[in-house]
Design a protein around this ligand. Structure first.
Ligand code: PLP
Length: 437
């Protein structure tokens, strides 16, 4: 239900925004772009896409929650468990060597994929959530003290709010929040005002998971660095859509989850600059992260093992490596162009539905189309869509502050990936229209 009739989310409002590049003046017919990425061929690689849900072909538009997996990822995980399964780093036998090669090979793939300087900068964790908690608990605890400030944004997922809030409570520090304008764009001038001599750390999203805003992370990082303040980028919704180079960005930390990148669940990555990772203490203790243990004193392993206590998700890392191979073969640049056209088409067609309000109309947006329909409960629409085999997310998307900024507790959130088609968007639009009749 809309709390305000002045939400900047109607098509008219969007057309007024001159910088709104998702509505090209003469939209190109979708077919050639479709062919460029050979989407119909690509779709054959994803077995989960070829099933019926409630008697209708599945239309998977819940990609921001998790992505479907190509057969090559499924095969890599199966191959690992059926042929190479062993623990890593600590065995003199053949399978231990194979498993270690596969695990460390995946680390190298991640390093190349994000443009890191060395494998020492790639920490395997459970997910983006765990990566952020690691930084908050290890780096944050060391540098933040009473009276200090940490900056996050109103667009952040709870995973990039709560760990910093917990740290602030523990240390007597204050959480400051970068606001957004009515298009859900970060107000850079307000961010600048928040920066001061008490600021110890900045944590921002690459892309908002609830409203789709692409955050100007390079600008934010450069401004922070000019004052010597480190920045963590929550890349969970950025890396699946853009070629990401952490060195080019200058990010001190970059966190993401494998399962949103067409890889397995339970595996994620924390990138950290080597100089910072070397400086900070381990987060968890256990096997693998030590060099020498006595009851008097323990010395720690070198990077990246220092931050990987216990047995990690070895098969998950191998699957993530396969996902990276798959995406590299497709080409991130091609994916970006295709998704931009698909977003433009989806934005335009959704906006033609009477009383539908897009929430989040940033000039630079990716993959996410949050909306409400005035006078119609979102749950009713989502339920109808499910009956048509269309999977979308409804709710607060674990980003309550971002929705409350627009007077809302909940939106319907279709989110796209490169395997979605223009025809699927047509089906979505048709189903929404039916649900609100
Ligand atoms: N950050 C963002 C922007 C997200 O969208 C999500 C999940 O939706 C997360 C962090 C947390 O990801 P995970 O649950 O995989 O740790």
């Amino acid at each position: 239900m809309l709390a305000s009739s002045s939400l900047p989310c109607s098509l008219a409002d969007i057309n007024e925004a001159s910088s709104y590049y998702f509505l090209p003046k003469n939209p190109a017919p979708p077919l050639p772009t479709d062919q460029e990425l050979a989407v119909e061929t690509i779709r054959r690689d994803f077995p989960a896409l070829h099933q019926q849900i409630n008697g209708r072909p599945l239309i998977w538009l819940d990609n921001a929650a998790t992505t479907q997996k190509p057969q090559s990822v499924i095969d890599a995980v199966t191959h690992f468990y059926s042929q190479d399964n062993s623990n890593v780093h600590r065995g003199a036998h053949t399978l231990a060597k194979r498993a270690t090669d596969a695990y460390e090979g995946a680390r190298e793939k991640v390093m190349h994929f994000i443009g890191a300087n060395s494998v020492e900068e790639i920490i395997f964790v459970r997910s983006a959530t765990e990566a952020i908690n690691l930084v908050a608990q290890s780096y944050g605890r060391r540098v933040v003290g009473p009276g200090d400030e940490i900056i996050v944004s109103i667009l952040d997922h709870h995973a990039n709010i709560v760990p910093w809030q917990l740290l602030c409570e523990e240390k007597g520090a204050t959480l400051r929040v970068i606001p957004v304008n009515n298009n859900a764009e970060i107000i850079v001038e307000e961010y600048e005002k928040l920066l001061n001599s008490k600021t110890r750390f900045i944590a921002i999203p690459h892309v908002s998971n609830s409203l789709g805003t692409v955050v100007p992370i390079k600008i934010i990082i450069d401004m922070a660095h000019s004052l010597g303040i480190p920045v963590l980028v929550d890349g969970a919704q950025g890396i699946p859509h853009f070629k990401t180079d952490v060195q080019e960005l200058g990010a001190d930390f970059y966190a993401f989850s494998g399962h949103k990148l067409f890889g397995p669940t339970g595996i994620g990555v924390l990138y950290g600059k080597k100089s910072l990772l070397e400086e900070i203490p381990p987060w968890q203790g256990g096997g693998n992260m030590i060099k020498n243990v006595t009851f008097e004193h323990t010395t720690f392993n070198s990077l990246p093992n220092k931050f990987e206590a216990g047995t990690g998700h070895i098969a998950g890392a191998v699957g993530l490596g396969a996902a990276i191979d798959y995406l590299t073969d497709l080409g991130l640049a091609k994916i970006e162009i295709y998704e931009k056209d698909l977003m433009a088409y989806a934005t335009e067609t959704l906006c033609n539905i009477p009383k539908l309000h897009l929430i989040g109309t940033a000039a630079h947006k990716a993959a996410i189309l949050s909306f409400v329909v005035q006078g119609v409960p979102s749950g009713r629409i989502a339920e109808f869509l499910d009956r048509q085999g269309i999977a979308v997310r409804v709710g607060h998307h674990c980003a309550q502050p971002s929705l409350r900024r627009f007077g809302l507790d909940s939106t319907i959130r279709p989110s796209i990936a490169f395997y979605n088609t223009f025809a699927e968007i047509d089906e979505l639009v048709w189903a929404i229209q039916q649900s609100i009749r």
